[in-house]
Design a binder for this molecule. Structure first.
Ligand code: GRF
Length: 204
């Protein structure tokens, strides 16, 4: 079957504001795509509730449902394939991607990170820790990065970045709010550039 719209598969762990931003952009036709499936390792993730309320298939797959790590990797991959996802978006996914998924969706897995990578990335750099580290380092500018996913954390080729000024008096929470707004805009922009062929992904 040929789909007119690019089908997006999501892996999520938390509240799902990036997922929500993409769903809205699809509805507003700012993004020529359709959400195909949302998978979470966390059965109580807000992102699953968002998906359900939008009638998008919402599926919990984790070490609880699949204790064997290889079976878990295969189950995630097969679920994305069954829902005919063309691209996979890691929208706040806190688990490492397995080799089966990486191979099946080589150069088709996209992550959003709340800093200007390669700064403030890597294992353990997530959530407020990122913004606290930015402030501790005295950075004047931070931002968001969208990149392709490879075998390591936060290390694949960068597809787009958006800067956010660090203001006097910022704390991690205030900075996080402005970076999150930048993430939402950047993710939609990069996805649309991929779909329109303005950004050409390496061979699958
Ligand atoms: C975002 O800050 C994203 O950059 C990071 O995880 C967070 C997810 O937020 N990878 P949300 O669940 O999309 O609201």
């Amino acid at each position: 079957m040929i789909h007119e719209l690019t089908r997006l598969g999501f892996l999520v762990s938390g509240r799902g504001s990036n997922l929500q931003a993409i769903i809205q952009a699809c509805k507003d036709k700012k993004l020529y795509a359709e959400p195909a499936v949302v998978i979470s390792n966390n059965a109580s993730a807000g992102a699953l509730d968002i998906a359900r309320s939008e009638s998008i298939p919402a599926i919990h797959i984790s070490r609880n449902t699949h204790p064997d790590i290889d079976q878990l990797d295969r189950a995630i991959t097969e679920t994305l394939q069954q829902h005919q996802a063309d691209l996979v978006i890691l929208a706040g996914y806190m688990k490492k991607i397995g080799p089966v998924l990486l191979k099946a969706y080589r150069n088709r897995i996209i992550n959003i990170h709340p800093s200007l990578l390669p700064k403030f990335g890597g294992q353990g750099m997530y959530g407020m820790r990122v913004h606290a580290a930015v402030l501790a380092a005295g950075e004047r500018v931070t931002g968001a990065t969208v990149h392709l996913v490879d075998y390591d954390y936060d290390s694949g080729p960068i597809l787009g970045q958006r800067q956010v000024e660090v203001l006097a008096g910022d704390n991690p929470e205030s900075l996080a709010i402005r970076v999150l707004a930048a993430e939402h805009a950047l993710l939609v922009e990069v996805l649309q550039d991929i779909i329109k062929g303005k950004i050409i992904l390496p061979d699958h």
